[in-house]
Design a protein around this ligand. Structure first.
Ligand code: SF4
Length: 339
């Protein structure tokens, strides 16, 4: 194992006469000259007047997950992927489903160098690396260091993100990544401000940019009772996704459970079914997640053939040939091989 080193020069910090500003995400943390403090994400900060990366390579977990768990249903279906993430986040969602690692200080981590991560990413049945669990874009330097090494070994790079990253760093990180799942937490900007201290328009910009890139894109929408469950807003969201990203964009509607500070009842199944109906009017691939025994198969939008069958993380792709319906040849917006 390589020696731990936090000395890597951070990107996306700009100095002015009073201090340093981090330009990576819209939060725009500012650090006064000669101070020592961490940014909101706790992964980046200033130490003795110099930008530094205390979270560089510090991994909260390292485990091979089914890629469907990310969730990515149309990217190398049935694969495993080594999954890891940093101990922090640039948002403060009061309903965070992973709050114990995203919002807590002192989370135990393990340092893994970029080279070691690349090596580990291609062992077992893993097809590469997924940066997930918390918010990976705040790990910009670690990802841009390790991703090219993973690619050299023939692996793929997956990002599971809240989409709160400024455009310039996004355009650069896109170049070294292959597939993204981005949360669209609500259609209303007010929701983003009240629950997450976030900015919806940045997320929309990220989604739109990814849709126009070479990366595969899927979107996740966690429905929280009484907070983002208005069908009129769903309709607007569905039309925006379809119009800006295309009707073949994959959408995961996810069930909320009470976690962290927000204490609502779990999303009723009927609400999820209703949402699927609304979104399916605009989008071809809409799945319900976080619900036991809910079918999440892929049917051909053209002829209705069962192309991909999913059950308990087991995946059967017998109804698909090279990303197309085995019956009628319709393209399913599935990435079936790396590169
Ligand atoms: S990435 Fe972290 S340090 Fe930079 S602006 Fe965002 S929250 Fe602040």
């Amino acid at each position: 194992m390589e020696k731990r080193q936090h000395i890597r020069e951070p990107d996306w910090f700009r100095e002015d006469e009073k201090g340093w500003k981090c330009l990576l995400c819209p939060r725009g943390c500012y650090f006064a000259t000669n101070s020592s403090s961490l940014g909101q994400c706790r992964i980046r900060g200033l130490k003795e007047g110099k930008p530094y990366l205390p979270g560089y390579g510090e991994c909260v977990s390292l485990v091979v997950d089914p890629i469907e768990k990310k969730p990515l249903y149309h990217f190398l279906p049935g694969s495993g992927v080594l999954s890891t993430g940093p101990a922090g986040c640039n948002l403060t969602c009061d309903f965070c489903q992973n709050w114990s690692i995203s919002q807590n200080s002192g989370v135990p981590t393990r340092y893994v160098s970029a080279a070691d991560l690349a090596q580990m990413s291609m062992t077992g049945n893993s097809i590469g690396i997924a940066f997930t669990y918390t918010e990976p874009t705040i790990w910009y330097e670690y990802i841009t260091d390790s991703a090219p090494l993973v690619r050299e070994k023939g692996g793929a790079i997956v990002m599971v993100s809240n989409g709160e990253i400024n455009l310039d760093p996004l355009l650069q990180i896109i170049e070294v990544t292959d597939a993204w799942n981005v949360d669209l937490k609500a259609w209303s900007d007010d929701f983003y401000r009240r629950h997450c201290a976030g900015n919806r328009d940045t997320v929309l910009q990220t989604i739109k940019t990814l849709a126009g890139s070479q990366c595969h894109l899927e979107i996740t929408f966690l429905i929280i009772p009484e907070e983002n469950d208005d069908p009129a807003e769903w309709r607007e969201m569905a039309q925006w996704i379809s119009g800006e990203c295309g009707a073949d964009t994959v959408l995961h509607i996810s069930r909320y459970f009470p976690r962290y500070k927000l204490r609502r009842q779990p999303t009723p199944i009927e609400t999820l079914l209703q949402a699927r109906e609304v979104f399916s009017k605009e989008l071809h691939y809409v799945y319900i997640g976080n619900v036991l025994n809910e079918k999440s198969d892929t049917l051909c939008p053209s002829c209705g053939t069962l192309c991909i069958e999913r059950s308990d993380w087991k995946v059967n792709t017998n109804g698909m040939i090279e990303g197309k319906c085995a019956s009628c040849g319709h393209s399913l917006n599935v990435v079936h091989e790396i590169g």
